[in-house]
Design a protein around this ligand. Sequence first.
Ligand code: ZN
Length: 157
Amino acid sequence: MYEEIQPKPTQYKGIHYRSRLEARWALFFDYLKIPVEYEPKQFYLENFRYTPDFGIDNTTFIEIKPSTVPLGTLKKAQNLATQFRLNVFIFGGDFYEYRDMQIIKFNALGILSFDYDFRYCPACDALKLDNVGKCRVCQSELIEQTHTKEKVKYYTF
Ligand SMILES: [Zn+2]
């Protein structure tokens, strides 16, 4: 198994992503119909600037990491969540290569969850990123989506 040393800038739908992994996530979010923006906002955290990789609706931000999530990333995400009252996700690993996939979430109180995943609601015909078994909109039973990642793999980047 090889590891990339330097991130490889990758273009997808006219947007230049700093790494191939970010472009893969952009593609995956597209497939999931999750309306993300790439690096939509910069935050001032204590004495440095922090730009999360993706944002949804100004309330949820997502940081992408190529491997197991480092402690520093967890602390930064927690500070962002509590200081600005946001939901902050960290997606660790590479779903495309099936490496060490982790989904970690901090809510606005800084509370950590490990039980979020992508699940499909047949009634809404939409994928939800949630930690509950039932759709919050229509109460239908959600279905695990283990095959979803396979479907985006024909994009060779
Ligand atoms: Zn639903």
